[in-house]
Design a protein around this ligand. Structure first.
Ligand code: ATP
Length: 298
């Protein structure tokens, strides 16, 4: 493993066993220890980005995005990309890099993610793959021989009870609307009504199609009602996506026997202010730091 000891800023007690970043396997003929990668999984809205950035304040990390809509350029609000401020200087890869009309496939993802992970590892840093697209993660971790031969994964699963998550993502949609989601989506309105390619598949665009098609010809009351219906559909489809992603995660755990470390963030979502921050640290960020520390230095 090439992650040096300077890579760990806070997990000091874990450093004593392997001083200087020595990899004992280097001394065993014919055995090369795999480099390490952390995979942060979870349904939309559970806090995968927050956890990844938290970990980056404790380890030398670079983040590889695995959200299939956030790989595209544009629609930063609709797809809920992390802002520059939220990134806190942590390098992000595969975020907003693909032409919005291109079809970026799982094969493309594997190719780009592998290149990013290789380069992060070469820099002596820890790659964290974070995002909700489980088909992309499966393609990379399970179906790609090259990745399997080089890397060993630690899976962190951030989970929030579904009713609590549904309420959170519904409020998040309202905040996105306040942050000009409608104006952003209008730029991607397709007069042909074709939302089957590239970024146009993002939740938010097909739901607003009818509104954009008719808004200029409607009176204020009808226009407001149509917009409200579209926003309700966005909320419902985001909740459906969360359920679908949870089912996919459970499927990966059961069928592929991935050893996922379950981090239940529900309490942090139910509390407010400082209490919420404390619960997140106690239930999610703190345990994840311990798990990653052990994974790196075991
Ligand atoms: P599937 O194979 O069913 O597509 P997946 O795990 O590869 O599953 P998901 O990330 O669950 O993919 O995305 C499924 C669909 O949800 C996307 O095709 C898109 O329509 C929508 N979606 C996913 N992520 C976002 C996002 N960040 N913003 C808006 N819509 C999204």
């Amino acid at each position: 493993m090439r992650i040096s000891f300077s890579a760990c800023k806070q997990a000091q007690p874990l450093q004593v066993n392997f001083p200087g970043g020595l990899n004992m396997d280097q001394f065993i003929p014919g055995r090369r220890r795999k480099d390490k990668v952390v995979v942060v999984m979870g349904a939309t809205g559970t806090g995968k980005s927050r956890l990844s950035i938290d970990l980056a304040t404790r380890f030398e990390v670079e983040i590889v995005n695995s959200d299939k809509m956030q790989v595209y350029k544009g629609l930063n609000i609709v797809t809920n990309k992390v802002t520059e401020e939220e990134c806190r200087g942590v390098p992000h890869h595969l975020l907003g890099i693909v032409d919005p009309d291109a079809d970026f496939t799982a094969v493309d993802f594997v190719h780009h993610a592998l290149t990013a992970v290789d380069s992060i590892t070469r820099r002596g840093r820890l790659p964290i793959i974070a995002g909700g697209s489980n088909s992309y993660i499966k393609a990379l971790v399970n179906d790609d021989m090259e990745f399997q031969s080089k890397y060993e994964c630690c899976f962190l699963w951030v989970d929030v009870s579904m009713p609590v998550l549904h309420s959170f993502v519904s409020k998040r949609v309202d905040q996105m609307v306040d942050a000009r989601l409608i104006d952003e989506a209008r730029e991607f309105f397709d007069p042909q009504g074709n939302y089957t390619r590239g970024i146009k598949r993002a939740i938010g665009l097909p739901e607003l199609d009818e509104f954009f098609r008719n808004e200029s010809s409607l009176d204020d009351v009808t226009r407001a009602r149509l917009l409200e219906d579209a926003i309700d559909k966005i909320k419902a489809n985001t909740c459906k996506l969360a359920c679908h992603q949870l089912q996919n995660i459970l499927g990966l755990q059961n069928q592929l026997d991935w050893k996922m470390r379950h981090l239940d963030a529900t309490e942090a979502f139910l509390k407010r202010g400082l209490e919420s921050v404390e619960a997140w640290e106690r239930l999610v960020a703190g345990p994840a730091t311990m798990i990653v520390g052990r994974f790196l230095y075991e």
